[in-house]
Design a protein around this ligand. Structure first.
Ligand SMILES: [Fe+2]
Length: 172
């Protein structure tokens, strides 16, 4: 695995950006799973909506695993040597922020439409972060990284669409 410098940024800057963004998506995936869990326990998601949200939650779990795998591979790679501790800290902080955002958004007496709209926001946030991560990944010639990021990005785009459909169906 080798690193190339196609961008105007230094390779150190590129690496820092990569660690930051990997930490953020990892934290968002965790927060997302917790959000679905919490919404189900608050009985905000029922029947078909609940099943769809659980599917999304399962996929978020598999995204988390795929990310962990690529992060640990790249932390052992002598060329790139990603800093796992930095990524872990950023993931923790991002998860905390996202969970706090959910609590603020839902307030004291949330209803199903608010829950679904928050899920749309969360998925939209993930799409944005993976889009940026995909751009950052182009600075590195690492096949596992770009293929993992791009395959998750596709699924996140589907998640966003599914959540939009759920929110619209619920409202109509
Ligand atoms: Fe997602």
């Amino acid at each position: 695995m080798s690193k190339s410098s196609k961008s105007s940024k230094s390779s150190k800057e590129n690496q820092k950006n990569l660690e930051k963004k990997l930490g953020e998506v990892l934290g968002l995936e965790r927060a997302n799973q917790k959000a679905v869990e919490e919404m189900i326990s608050m009985k905000l998601l029922k029947s078909d909506t609940k099943d769809k949200a659980k599917e999304i939650q399962d996929e978020a779990n598999s995204h988390e695993e795929k990310l962990q795998k690529v992060i640990s591979q790249l932390s052992e790679d002598s060329d790139i040597k990603l800093n796992q501790d930095t990524i872990k800290d950023i993931a923790k902080e991002t998860e905390k922020k996202a969970t706090k955002m959910m609590k603020t958004y839902l307030g004291d007496e949330p209803d199903t439409s608010e829950a679904l709209e928050f899920l749309c926001l969360a998925e939209g946030g993930e799409v944005t972060h993976y889009e940026v991560l995909s751009s950052i990944s182009k600075n590195f010639e690492i096949k596992e990284l770009s293929s993992t990021v791009n395959s998750i990005l596709k699924e996140e785009q589907d998640h966003l669409q599914s959540c939009l459909n759920l929110a619209k169906e619920n409202a109509s």
